[in-house]
Design a protein around this ligand. Structure first.
Ligand code: BDR
Ligand code: CA
Length: 303
């Protein structure tokens, strides 16, 4: 089985990605780590614990960074609600996060594993940057980092910046320069596959998880439920499980950290102007009908 660590800031679209990962028979999710992003880290941690308990899975959760490396957190509660998961009443979790903080827990899992670990990062990259900076020895046992973030065109948080990248550009810079195999699932994908009411209805009918996702979707990105939802984080798990659905290109990717106008913008050298060695496999497109079919089948595996 392929071993996975999920680094996340749940977050409604995070929930979909996590649920799919936890019920896929080819994956072994060893750890979930939380980061400040959509809401503060107390809430993202509590949300991760609630979700794991709801799904009846026994995966440890470790709490990560309280804030981005250089700046304060500007959350996305206008998109995901005050709790980060508005729209569904989860039971308060009976378990607690691990005593170890995220980077220590990640380091232990990676160093003790007999096979290389994949990191799926679906929040700001703060924890991953800290992990690679404090424990660079983990690099030799990381298979790849698949992250949701950035864009080859425009942004959603600022005109040129995607939320996870704008939240912690310095962290993204460290990760992009790490030399590890990296896959970028950016805004490009979510914008190509909108989840319409009929798709949400199909999800609702699948099982208890589907009903929960449907309720969250109703509160996600106010009003978009009827116009078509963008479920960005799902593309990271979709890439891990079914990369053949994606059109990709190996490119040199950098992130703007200085400019007041474009801070957090991923600069993707699609035309190889800089003649630099590619450092990121960039997902440019996904097959819409295959993705939607896969999504339903994947959620159907949950409880
Ligand atoms: C990203 O930002 C968050 O709001 C989502 O969970 C996703 O990870 C999309 O820009
Ligand atoms: Ca997220």
């Amino acid at each position: 089985k392929r071993k996975l660590i999920i680094d996340t800031d749940p977050g409604i679209d995070d929930v979909v990605a996590i649920a799919i990962a936890l019920f896929d028979e080819t994956l072994d999710v060893e750890l979930i780590t939380t980061v400040a992003g959509n809401v503060d880290v107390e809430r993202t941690t509590n949300n991760a614990l609630k979700l794991v308990e709801f799904l009846g899975r026994d995966v440890p959760v470790a709490k990560g960074a309280r804030k981005p490396l250089m700046v304060d957190l500007e959350n996305a509660s206008e998109i995901h609600g005050k709790s980060g998961l508005d729209g569904y009443e989860f039971k308060e979790p009976s378990r607690k996060p691990l005593e170890d903080k995220a980077i220590v827990a990640m380091k232990n899992v990676i160093m003790e594993s007999d096979s290389a670990i994949t990191l799926m990062a679906i929040g700001p990259l703060t924890n991953i940057a800290l992990l690679l900076s404090v424990y660079p020895e983990v690099k030799k046992n990381i298979q790849e980092i698949v992250f949701m973030g950035g864009s080859t065109t425009r942004g959603n948080k600022t005109p040129m910046g995607e939320f996870n990248m704008v939240t912690d550009p310095e962290a993204a810079d460290i990760v992009f320069k790490s030399g590890l195999p990296i896959v970028m699932c950016g805004l490009d994908l979510g914008e190509k596959v909108l989840i319409y009411l009929e798709d949400s209805e199909k999800i609702r009918k699948l099982n208890k998880t589907g009903e929960m996702i449907y309720s969250l979707f109703k509160h996600y990105r106010g009003g978009s439920f009827y116009k078509g939802l963008k479920i960005y984080d799902s593309f990271a798990i979709a890439y891990i499980l079914k990369p053949e659905m994606f059109e990709t290109k190996d490119c040199y990717v950098a992130i703007e950290t200085f400019s007041s106008l474009t801070r957090g913008c991923t600069v993707v050298d699609l035309n190889n102007c800089w003649r630099k060695e590619p450092n990121v496999k960039v997902c440019l497109n996904v097959n819409e009908s295959e993705f939607k079919k896969w999504l339903i089948e994947a959620i159907a595996k949950c409880i």
